[in-house]
Design a protein around this ligand. Structure first.
Ligand code: SF4
Ligand code: SF4
Ligand code: SF4
Ligand code: FES
Length: 980
């Protein structure tokens, strides 16, 4: 075996060619990272002439020529370190002078005319000597080691031809060193450590956490986490980068210890956040052994976070509901039935409701966790089989303002860049986002750029990790009051306009003149100055002025934003304000700049692209447009309604007023995720047929009449589209546990509704999507398999996709400035509700927690807590860990307090990962003026110490217990039927 090949990755082609990607699968480890340079150098290695970019190491040059130099401390994801001395070579310079000694090829740059020998008797002897030293202090339990067959130390012993260890095994050693098994996902066994430093460098260079160090000196040197602490007590965030980098079994996934070394792998895409990391699902039969971040992944390039890397156990969790179920009323026990009975029942009920209450009395919700193909089918089913446009998606409650705001200003409802564009930023602005928690793999990349010297502006009510992190510090933290984003962006624009910092040439060439002048004159008004806005935002004017100057004059400046921008009454206004700022400074249309929404769920971009909004067909084309509509009418063979349908909040209101009676909800948990839980619950209770399709009996399913088992991302083929518009393949690694993948269930339902759909593979669905959607005309599964991933638009003009948008002109032609007038939120602090609640998420939990709560991630975060400033806590007699009641005009709940100055006085903060905390019982129906996106980020509340759960929590506990009993009764009944 070639030492630099990962042996197990050569096997998959033999496993199932249909599921394999033919590209990049031979993961050669070139030893050191690639260099980009205008100049090249040519050298000779073992008689072979090699030309590489200047700065390339001798080791990499050799590897590129197919010559593998033995190595242990080098790997091509990390800068060379030169500690193991296994990669020694002999070198003559261009004048024939032999270089002194035996240089390490990993740390020696290739030079013009060099002559390198990688295999000589002397080198062989030296390398054997190195290996002897390593092995004299190694357990040599290869046969029982979990890494047997996947260990670089083992490989190298073979490569250097080691036959004996002259020093014996009885000298001083580390064999009795204690293992650290504290982390639920990986183990650290110091006895096997060769102190190559790969883990430490991975934690620093790849992840940016700096959790590891070498403790002790000389022979006593060992890797340690934090201050010589167990991993779980250190700063480690369990990204797994060190585990992936470790060449031995010192850092080892516990799943590999349990299942053994994998035997085949399938490349697929993470089903958690909008970063869209590629993974190799490494398997043994149908058992996932581990998820390894894929080196050629366009979005992650071999890195991962705790969720995608380790928290995949939910997919086969015992809570999975695997049998379709129906019931007449939600007070009835569930009855397990066949797929055909469940689907037939749902279809019959939907048709009855339409016959009784009218065509528009039912609707559907598509899932941003499901594939593009599945989402497309659900909206098609609603439009073609329900024959209305009552379809919406979770983007309603997260990034709908992004779609609206960017479409208006730039002409396309999506971010402008690739993630790699951040490598070219000089100034990074993060607004209302917490990438280290919400988009961790991108955060690592961003932090690397910051460590290289890029400047940072953070606009956030909370002191997020980036403000004052390890080796990362914000130049400006504009710690604004929740709800005042537009005040801050308008005052930044004021500074840029009034201080002459506009990019006049860009604006003249690329933007609509009239709209620009109108905007320029508006933001120049004194009422928009930082000094005037300070009383609203609470941000000192001098900081706003400094940040605006830095953004406008600091070189390539890019804005990254999240739900802290969109989930406001002025969410759409703020998105337009961000686009205005980027256009005004010429920061659009090239590497290192742009407007970048960080999308929440794995496929929220895709679900929007696929026509999930009630007013838009796939590709963001308005349903009222006759030409577009007739295109779909021809393809689908039905007449479509020209009027937009109901948005999710309208569905709830219509349900309460008695006109909306049935809902098909695929893969969303609206009871937990949508604002004003009690309002949502009342609306669902008022409906007569709710069909939930999910992998678990989620909170929404407790109000359902039909439950259709869903399939996890491991059980189906399809595509996800991430925050950079990157379409990546999702590949089936196991059969659907309930028998059908989600797309097949929708087809069954369509058939039962009398609207047959004829697809036998998601590739055919993508063919239809591509044919009907100009921005996706060029997308096929075959091309995705060939290229790895594609960023749309992908069509005749851009057959390989479009990494950066708006390069020569905006999608809408000329960029359009919009007036963004600050309007204070209706959610104002009062004597009764004197604090502002804002919400967010943590790294280890995901969204409503349905997946991550069913993994060991609960060991990292097992309850939602309320962050409160020490001053506000003291005023109320609240101590850290106390139970506190939070009350808003919508409701009341109880959480434990986390007293911290991460939040400013007057602001409290919580997450919404646990249903029993009821964070959304507090949030109100206040929403964005343009899109109805809820104002999750601003709720006026009061907080006080309490001793017992809130009334809502007590009623939730009762309701939940009843629903669990009704589910259990279903189980016991089916068990007794089976027994007899
Ligand atoms: S798991 Fe990640 S954060 Fe933790 S020590 Fe390893 S590289 Fe660092
Ligand atoms: S734990 Fe692994 S990667 Fe880290 S120094 Fe030891 S052998 Fe090297
Ligand atoms: S960053 Fe997002 S996509 Fe990547 S592994 Fe983590 S959760 Fe998955
Ligand atoms: S691989 Fe070069 S010194 Fe270790």
């Amino acid at each position: 075996m070639q030492a630099t090949q990962i042996s197990r990755t050569s096997a998959p082609d033999a496993y199932d060619p249909a599921r394999m990607v033919p590209y990049g699968y031979n993961e050669t480890d070139y030893g050191t990272p690639a260099r980009v340079a205008a100049k090249t150098v040519t050298l000779t290695i073992d008689g072979r002439e090699v030309t590489v970019p200047a700065g390339t190491s001798v080791m990499r040059a050799a590897s590129e020529a197919g010559i593998n130099v033995p190595k242990l401390c080098a790997t091509d994801s990390l800068e060379a370190f030169g500690s193991c001395r296994l990669c020694l070579v002999e070198i003559e310079d261009k004048d024939g002078r032999r270089m002194k000694g035996f240089p390490a090829s990993c740390t020696t740059p290739a030079e013009e005319g060099m002559k390198v020998l990688t295999q000589t008797p002397k080198l062989q002897e030296l390398r054997r000597g190195v290996m002897e030293l390593y092995l004299s202090d190694h357990p040599l339990d290869c046969l029982t080691c979990p890494a047997n067959g996947d260990c670089e130390l083992q490989d190298m012993a073979g490569v250097v031809g080691l036959r004996e260890v002259r020093y014996g095994y009885d000298g001083a050693n580390h064999l009795a060193d204690k293992k650290d098994e504290s982390n639920p996902y990986f183990m650290y066994d110091p006895a096997k450590c060769i102190v190559c430093n790969r883990c430490i460098r991975a934690c620093e260079e790849t992840q940016g956490t700096f959790a590891l160090t070498i403790s002790g000196r000389g022979f006593g040197s060992r890797v340690s986490a934090g201050q010589d602490q167990p991993f779980m007590e250190s700063e480690c965030v369990s990204c797994g980068a060190c585990v992936a980098a470790c060449p031995t079994s010192t850092l080892q996934e516990k799943s590999v210890i349990q299942w053994g070394v994998p035997e085949h792998a399938v490349v697929t895409t993470c089903a958690y956040c909008g970063v869209g990391c590629s993974f190799k699902a490494e398997m043994k039969g149908a058992q996932v052994v581990r998820m390894v971040p894929y080196k050629d992944g366009g979005a992650n390039q071999g890195h991962a976070c705790i969720k995608g890397r380790f928290a995949w156990g939910y997919a086969t969790h015992k809570d999975r509901v695997l049998k379709p179920m129906i019931r007449e009323k939600i007070s009835d026990p569930w009855r397990e039935v066949s797929w055909s009975e469940a689907v037939g029942y749902a279809a019959q009920r939907f048709r009855e409701l339409q016959a009784t209450y009218g065509r528009d009395s039912i609707g559907g919700i598509t899932s941003s966790r499901c594939t593009n193909e599945e989402t497309y089918l659900v909206q098609k089913l609603v439009r073609a089989a329900f024959n209305n446009n009552n379809v919406d998606t979770c983007a309603r409650v997260c990034h709908s303002p992004t779609g609206y705001g960017l479409k208006q200003t730039l002409g396309e409802s999506a971010g402008t860049q690739t993630f790699s564009s951040v490598d070219h930023c000089d100034v990074i602005v993060v607004i209302g986002a917490n990438p280290s928690e919400g988009h961790p793999v991108f955060a690592s990349r961003m932090k690397r750029r910051l460590r290289q010297g890029a400047r940072l502006i953070v606009v956030d009510p909370r002191r997020i990790d980036l403000v004052d992190g390890v080796h990362v510090k914000a130049d400006y933290h504009l710690q604004l009051k929740p709800g005042t984003n537009v005040a801050v962006i308008a005052s930044m624009a004021h500074v840029i306009v009034t201080e002459g910092l506009l990019d006049e040439r860009f604006i003249a060439e690329r933007c609509e003149d009239k709209a620009f002048k109108y905007w320029r004159d508006f933001v120049a008004l004194p009422e928009n100055s930082p000094e005037a806005m300070e009383e609203h935002s609470g941000v000192p004017a001098r900081l706003v002025r400094g940040a605006a100057r830095l953004y406008a004059t600091g070189g390539n400046a890019a804005i990254y934003y999240g739900l802290g921008v969109t989930e406001h009454a002025q969410g759409s206004t703020m998105v337009m304000g961000i686009a205005n700022l980027a256009m005004a400074t010429g920061n659009v249309g090239r590497e290192g700049v742009g407007v970048n929404p960080l999308r929440g769920q794995n496929n929220v971009q895709g679900s929007c692209d696929m026509g999930s909004f009630p007013h838009e067909l796939p590709g963001y084309r308005h349903i009222s447009d006759t030409v577009t509509r007739s295109l779909f009418e021809q393809a689908w063979g039905v007449r479509l309604q020209p009027e937009p349908g109901l948005r999710i909040p309208n569905m709830f209101d219509a349900a309460l007023s008695g006109t909306f009676k049935g809902l098909y909800c695929q893969g969303e948990d609206i009871v937990q995720s949508d604002p004003d839980t009690q309002h949502v619950a009342s609306a669902l209770s008022a409906m007569e047929c709710i069909v939930v399709q999910d992998i678990f009996l989620n909170e929404t399913a407790k109000y359902a009449h039909v439950f259709l088992p869903g399939s996890s991302f491991l059980e189906k083929d399809g595509t996800f589209t991430n925050a950079e518009r990157r379409i990546s393949r999702v590949r089936k690694v196991m059969e659907p546990m309930a028998g059908l993948a989600d797309w097949q269930v929708t087809i069954e339902l369509a058939q039962a509704l009398g609207y047959p759909m004829h697809y036998t593979h998601p590739a055919q669905i993508m063919e239809e999507i591509a044919a009907l959607t100009p921005t996706l005309h060029g997308v096929t599964f075959e091309k995705l398999d060939r290229l790895g991933s594609i960023q749309w638009p992908c069509n005749e003009e851009a057959p390989a996709g479009t990494p950066i948008m708006h390069v020569d002109h905006f999608v809408r032609g000329k960029g359009k400035f919009f007036i963004t007038k600050y309007v204070p939120s209706d959610e104002k602090v009062t004597c009764k509700f004197p604090l502002l609640l804002t919400t967010g998420r943590v790294l280890s939990q995901y969204n409503v927690g349905a997946q991550t709560r069913r993994t060991e991630n609960v060991l990292f975060y097992d309850e939602d807590r309320l962050e409160i400033h020490p001053h506000d806590a003291e005023e109320r007699g609240i101590k850290d860990g106390d139970w506190v009641g939070i009350e808003s005009r919508a409701g009341q709940t109880v959480l434990r307090a986390d007293v911290t100055d991460r939040v400013a006085p007057g602001v409290v903060y919580t997450t919404f990962h646990f249903p029993e905390s009821g964070a959304n019982v507090i949030t109100t129906d206040s929403s964005d003026w343009a899109t109805n996106c809820p104002e999750y980020k601003v709720t006026a509340v009061q907080v006080m110490p309490v001793a017992q759960p809130s009334a809502w929590q007590r009623s939730y506990q009762n309701f939940n217990a009843t629903q669990e009993r009704l589910y259990e009764e279903r189980q016991s009944r089916s068990a007794s039927v089976t027994a007899t």
